[in-house]
Design a protein around this ligand. Structure first.
Ligand code: NAD
Length: 337
């Protein structure tokens, strides 16, 4: 049975990925520090669901605790590591920048060491669309320079991409970096727009709409994203000079078994249309509180997902109305509202 070590399994995306891998017959060893960045009960509930499935084991520790992931990986002996645990969130990085350095820079280094020592066949790690920063050419392609990050969150993720490349080069360790675009769906993150908007609309509170609604996001439904991750697990970047034909638009490094792949829906949706989808799903009107643009934020994201499609044969496609309706149904059941 193939075995994956997944970090961040109590988190939104890690939970969905672990569940999909377990359902596909994998053994999954989860690693999560259960940080209190948001409601820990939600994280515990996600882990409880995973623990009911055969093949799931979990450990609770911090990434940056020296040796913690490495010892766990030595015990588990995984075939692959998918590293999703991180200090996420654009806004919080303005208040607590150091948390990002600890979790994302030191923590990711520990994960890379664990992967090297365990000799995994593939290390896959989460980056973000935020690394495109001030880039204006749309849709975003992986080949753009992306060297203008606007927050420490984006900067630490950009650092992770560079660190991953160096480790792939030095140790011949195949590394894939994902750039995720605004992921949403059931069991989602309470600090993200869909969660906050749904709660506010159901409670009759105003929703904060930044940049007076002149905002667009490439919203990616979590099941689509997980399908992309699972597909990429088998798309192991080859060592250089092995005669492997790159696929069109490939980002393969000339000196390392390393590539970067966008995982996005390939559609840029206006925030107001997103709010309207929540109104339709809840059957309630939103009280719109139009606000200025937030520091560190970008007005628009939009993924070119053609590399993902070339590597895995498919790309995210769930329409926002459908994904939002599924989230709202989950939210109402979970919170009994
Ligand atoms: N959700 C999105 O829209 C999105 C977009 C781009 C990138 N990402 C990236 O995807 C990954 C998963 O994001 P998510 O939305 O599931 O976030 P999440 O916050 O729900 O999950 C992250 C998990 O990591 C754990 N964690 C955080 N810091 C830790 C530490 N120092 N040690 C051990 N565990 C720690 C948390 O307890 C949490 O369960 C992250 O790397 C994030 O940066 C997410």
């Amino acid at each position: 049975m193939p075995r994956a070590l997944v970090t961040g399994t109590a988190g939104f995306i890690g939970f969905h990925l672990a569940r999909a891998l377990l359902d596909a017959g994998w053994e999954v060893a989860g690693f999560d520090g259960m940080t209190d960045y948001y409601d820990v009960t939600l994280k515990q509930r996600r882990h409880q669901i995973l623990l009911q499935k055969p093949g799931f084991t979990a450990t609770e520790a911090m990434l940056e605790q020296a040796g913690a992931v490495r010892d766990f990986a030595a015990r588990v002996a995984p075939d692959v590591i998918v590293h999703l645990a991180a200090q996420a969130g654009v806004r919080y990085s303005l208040e607590q920048p150091r948390a990002y350095l600890d979790a994302n820079v030191i923590g990711t280094f520990e994960v890379m060491e664990a992967a090297r020592e365990a000799g995994v066949r593939h290390l896959l790690m989460a980056s973000t669309s935020s690394v495109y920063g001030a880039e204006t050419a749309l849709p975003y392609r992986e080949t753009q320079k992306a060297d203008t990050p606007l927050t420490i969150y984006a900067a630490t993720k950009k650092a992770n991409e560079a660190m991953g490349h160096a480790w792939a080069h030095l140790h011949g360790l195949p590394v894939t970096m994902f750039r995720f675009f605004t992921v949403y769906g059931p069991w989602g993150r309470p600090d993200m727009a869909l969660f906050k908007f749904t709660r506010a609309i159901l409670e009759g509170e105003p929703v904060d709409i930044y940049n007076h609604g002149e905002m667009w996001r490439d919203f990616t439904y979590v099941d689509d994203l997980v399908r992309g991750i699972v597909g990429l697990i088998d798309a192991v970047p080859p060592l250089p000079d092995t005669g492997t034909e790159p696929v069109p638009g490939d980002t393969l490094s000339p000196v390392a078994p390393f590539r970067i792949v966008n995982i996005g829906n390939g559609e840029s949706v206006k925030l107001i249309d997103f709010v309207e989808a929540i109104e339709a799903a809840t059957g309630r009107p939103a009280l719109r509180n139009l606000m200025e643009m937030q520091t560190g934020d970008v007005p628009r994201t939009w993924a070119d997902a053609s590399l993902l499609r070339a590597l895995t044969g498919s790309a995210p496609a769930t329409p926002v109305a459908e994904g939002v309706a599924r989230f709202v149904a989950w939210y109402r059941e979970y919170y009994r509202v």
